[in-house]
Design a protein around this ligand. Structure first.
Ligand code: SF4
Length: 212
């Protein structure tokens, strides 16, 4: 399966895709993304473009992809550092995974005002950065956290319950889709999203056994 492509031409998306494609490494992509103003509303209200975290080696064992930065991420410029990030770190550890081995990204790299859901045009524009990040990182395993991320990889009709629990081949990568940690917080420690997220991360850890 190939990741869905933008449905129609958009000049902002084309410009992001062109600029991202010219980035030869992570540092040059980050430098090009930080001043991005392709989405005027987000560019006017954000504090930081949250480009993402990569391991010091630049070669992650797996990639985590969330929806968009929240308030703490916008303040600090780093992904998954608020409450959702703390729970994600805890569940990764329980599953036998290490965040230090992961790249941590978002579909949309600027915080939407009041944490609203990113608009499709924003997802379309920012997708150019994410596509190039995935190429540069060349990680064989991706974990899509939450429905927005799952839809980016698996298509707009994706229903989380229908795709969880198994890998999906997307452009030669194994893509796992699971709950976003914010859903696990919202439904509480005994809720289904927390248990499902832990089960899925544990399955990902199993799939990575024996890899470097
Ligand atoms: S959300 Fe992405 S495409 Fe839009 S302004 Fe921010 S970095 Fe640029």
């Amino acid at each position: 399966m190939a990741a869905p492509r933008p449905p129609r031409f958009d000049a902002g998306a084309a410009e992001v895709a062109r600029t991202a494609a010219a980035a030869r490494d992570w540092a040059s992509l980050a430098a090009a993304a930080r001043p991005c103003t392709a989405c005027p509303e987000l560019a006017a209200t954000r504090q930081h473009v949250v480009v993402g975290d990569v391991p010091p080696t630049g070669r992650p064992r797996f990639v985590l992809v969330g929806e968009a930065p929240g308030a703490t991420e916008d303040e600090t410029g780093r992904p998954f550092v608020g409450r959702s990030g703390a729970l994600l770190d805890q569940l990764l550890t329980e599953a036998g995974l290490a965040r230090a081995d992961a790249a941590v990204l978002n579909v949309v790299k600027c915080r939407p005002p009041a944490n609203r859901t990113p608009r499709s045009v924003e997802v379309q524009r920012c997708g150019g950065w994410l596509r190039r990040q995935l190429e540069l990182l060349d990680a064989p395993v991706v974990v899509a956290l939450g429905l927005s991320s799952a839809k980016w990889f698996l298509g707009p009709r994706t229903v989380l319950a229908g795709v969880r629990g198994r890998p999906h081949d997307v452009d030669g990568r194994a893509v796992w889709a699971t709950y976003h940690p914010s859903a696990a917080i919202r439904f509480g420690p005994k809720g289904a999203p927390r248990a499902g997220l832990l089960a899925d991360l544990t399955a990902v850890a199993g799939s990575l056994e024996g890899t470097a």
